[in-house]
Write a protein that binds this ligand. Sequence first.
Ligand code: ARG
Length: 463
Amino acid sequence: MSQKTWGGRFSAPTDKLVEQFTESISVDSRLFPHDIRASQAHAVMLSEVGLLTTAEAGKIVAALDDIREDLENNRIPFRTALEDIHTHIESELIFRLDKQGLGDLGRKLHTARSRNDQVVTDLKLWTRDSIDMLDHLLAELQRSFLDFGLRHRDVIIPAYTHMQRAQPVLVPHYALAYVEKFQRDRDRLADARKRVNVLPLGAAALAGSSLPINRYSVAKQLGFDEVARNSLDVSSDRDFAAEFVFGLSLIAVHLSNWSEEWILWTTTEFDTIELPDEFCTGSSIMPHKKNPDVLELTRGKTGRVLGHLHHLLVMMKGLPMAYNRDMQEDKPAMFDAADTVTASVQIAAALVRKAKIKTASVAARLDQGFLDATTLMESFISRGVPMRTAHEAVGLLVRECEQKKLKLSDLPTSKFDEVCPGEGAAVRAVLGVANSIKAFQSYGSTAPHSVETQLKEWQAKLA
Ligand code: ARG
C-alpha cells in the first residue's frame, strides 16, 4: 500500500523528482509543536462530540505527547516521501497506536480535518508565538534605547535634515524617537495578532464538514479569540502572513535607518559614537580598522525581509479561491523574515546598551553649522517680526557669518537691533546650542522639561 495519506486513488507511485519538488518537511518541521498541540485539541473535540470515545482521545493525546518528545530529541527521521510535518506526525501516530495493539485508532485523527485547515492553524499558532516573542524583544530594545538616553541625559547633539546640520537636540530626545518607532512596531504586531487569532480548523478542505464538530471547543483549547466565520475565506487566507511580514519589514527598516546613522557616526568624519569592541570586527590587512559589521549586516539583512514581503504578495496575487499549493511557499518567507528580524532586534538591544556618544568630540563642534539659527529666527518672531521677514534677516546674518567665518553669537548686538529695534540684546539669549535647547516650548519638543517628561513616561511604561 502507498505510504501517502492520499494513496488510494493512485495506481503509480509518485515520481522521485516530484517528491523532491513538492516536499516541505525541510522547511515546516519546526511547526511540530504547534501541529501536535492543534491535533490534541482536535482529538479532544472529536471525543466531546462523540466521533471518538474519551479513552480513544486519551490514547491519541498521550501518543502525540510521546511523538513530540521524540521530535524534540531528533529521534524521528524525516522522509521526503512523507511530504510535510503534518503527514509525518499522523503516520507516526498511526504506526505507534497500531503497535500498541490499538488497531486503526490513529487513522481516525484526521476526521473532519484537511491539511488545508490544519496547516494554516499551525501557522497561525506559530505566528502568534512569534509575535509574542518579538513583542518581548522589542520591549528590551526600547529599554536599551531608554537607557542610552538616560546615560547621556544632558548631552546635546546636532540633528540633521538632508544630512545637513539642522537644530540641536538632547540625546534622550533622539533615543526616545527610536523608542516611539519600536512602540509603533509593537502596536502594529499586536493589531495583526487580532486577525491571526481567529481559528481556521474545522474549515476542513474548504467547505466545512458534514460531521457534527464543535469548532468553539477547539478555539477555546488553543486560545483563539474567534472562530473563522467562512470556511472558504479562512482556507484561502494568508493576509495574516503578509501583515506579519509587513510588520517585520518596518522593524527591519527602522533598524536599517538606525544602522546607517550609527555607521556614519563611527566614521572619523563624524566621530560621534564609540561602539563596544565586542560588537565590531577588524580587517585582515589593515591593522588599525574597527569595522561596524553588525550594523552593516543589520542594514544588509533588511533587503531579505522586504524581499519576503514582496514574495508573499506576489505569491498570493494570482490565486483563485481557496487552497492552492503555491501557498506552501509562505513558510520559507515567514520563517526567514522572523528569524532575521529576531536576530537583528536581539543584537541591536545588546549593542545599544554598550555604545557611548563621544561627548567631547561632539561638544567641540556644536557651534558649527548654525544649529541656533532657527531659534534666533523664532526669537525675532516672538518679538513681532513677521516670520518671512525674520527668516530672510537671519539668512542674511548666516551668510555674513559664513563669509567672515563667525558664529551668530560673534555678531555685535547692533546687528540684531537692525532686525528688531531695541530687542538685540534680548534675542542673544537664545544663541548657542544650550540656550537654543532651553528656548523650546512646544509639546513633544527637545526642551529639557519636555524630554524629562518623556523619559519619566517611558520609564514607567517599560519598567
Ligand atoms: N505542506 C502543505 C503546505 O504547507 C500542507 C497543505 C497541503 N494540502 C494539500 N491539499 N496538498 O501548504
